[in-house]
Design a binder for this molecule. Structure first.
Ligand code: MRU
Length: 371
């Protein structure tokens, strides 16, 4: 682990301070007859290929197989998916159209259960069908597409603000540990946890990032390392089993991760492996922050015990590159997420500021203050 040349790094940063060199995670191409274009994250970092979705089924499948992934990005994808799935019903009577919106919305929500941004976005788009003066279904559909564009625009701005608020947490000359991928690839731009790093990097601050590889689908090794390296940020990948001893070595001054759903009491669901990281951070007295937009909070759930945890197929654990290595006869346990209790979370960085300490009252306040 050698230090980068600070002068070369600073000049590189002034040319490319953010994630401009990355292909876009997702974007709508064209007008009303357009499609949703996704960067296929299952192929990264080997191949940079785009995948076009023209139906709700295309979007459902892309979310399910993690072609598009990360809580904010799947929310935006689902909003566009709802437009695609109801597009053939433009011009039908409003009752029939509204029923179709509800059906397609429910279908899209069944793709992955944990990240609440998905159902949040579907609800926000579906609400347009309920407006009293909604007009004919063609006009409602156009409004749904405009609202999807608004969600996409807001996501980029929200993530930028998360970075702006949280950049001061990045330790000057220190080490930051992260898990999974909560970066530009998990959102329209910037990401959440990695947005802090992009903002600090743009301020020409010096720090080193350690990225857990994130078994079984390797989002840390494949995606976080890819996007941080592309932005010129010093990144080192480790197996998550090495995280506790790295903390003990003194190399880490901050742990920051994203979230898929945050309950009313501040319990946080995120990629499996986050909970042990929080326990290790507490044992080593290292601050453990979560970075997430307000759309990731689910105040209808009192605690993390009620958060649905997605279980994925055995073969994600038992195979690598298509080859099975787990002994025949053994089963696999493959929860995609775990829940970190609020008491282990030092603070939550949102677009409204840093919420610290994490208490139900403080969480309720940020929603009461901004509606
Ligand atoms: O299974 P994934 O890759 O969708 O899991 C993603 C995560 O757990 C992220 O940390 C979370 O969605 C936050 S992304 C800003």
């Amino acid at each position: 682990m050698t230090d980068p040349d600070p002068a070369a790094a600073a000049s590189e940063r002034s040319r490319s301070p953010t994630t401009n060199s990355l292909p876009r995670t997702l974007e709508w191409i064209g007008g009303s007859d357009g499609c949703l274009r996704l960067l296929d994250q299952t192929l990264l970092p080997d191949r940079v290929e785009m995948r076009d979705c023209s139906t709700a089924e295309d979007v459902w499948e892309a979310i399910r197989v993690l072609c598009v992934r990360g809580a904010p990005a799947i929310g935006v994808a689902a909003a566009y998916g709802l437009c695609l799935g109801t597009r053939p019903f433009r011009g039908k009577p409003t009752d029939a159209f509204s029923a179709k919106v509800a059906e397609v919305g429910e279908y899209l929500c069944s793709s992955r259960p944990t990240a609440v941004n998905l159902s949040w976005a579907v609800r926000r788009i579906s609400r347009l069908t309920l407006a009293e003066n909604a007009g004919d279904s063609g006009a409602v559909w156009e409004a749904m597409l405009s609202e999807s564009h608004a969600i996409a625009r807001e996501d980029a701005e929200t993530c930028r603000r998360i970075g702006e608020h949280g950049a001061r947490l990045i330790p000057e000359g220190g080490g930051v540990l992260t898990h999974c991928n909560a970066g530009a690839l998990a959102a329209v731009a910037h990401g959440t946890a990695l947005s802090l790093m992009y903002a600090a990097h743009a301020q020409l601050r010096r720090f080193r990032v350690f990225a857990n590889e994130t078994r079984p689908l390797l989002q840390g090794a494949r995606l976080t390392a890819f996007e941080l390296a592309a932005a010129g940020i010093d990144v080192t990948v480790l197996c998550e089993g090495a995280a506790a001893s790295l903390m003990r070595s003194g190399a880490i001054q901050l742990v920051v991760v994203g979230a898929d759903r945050i309950a009313a009491n501040g319990d946080v669901a995120n990629k499996v492996g986050t909970y042990p990281l929080a326990l290790a951070a507490q044992a080593h007295e290292i601050p453990f922050y979560v970075a997430a937009p307000r759309s990731t909070f689910d105040l209808s759930l009192p605690t993390g015990d009620q958060i649905p945890i997605e279980e994925r197929a055995d073969d994600e654990v038992s195979t690598i590159g298509g080859k099975r290595f787990v002994a025949a006869g053994a089963r696999c346990y493959n929860p995609a997420f775990d829940v970190t209790p609020a008491r282990l979370v030092t603070g939550i960085v949102t677009e409204s500021g840093i919420l610290e300490p994490v208490t139900p009252e403080k969480i309720a306040d940020i929603f009461a203050a901004r509606g």
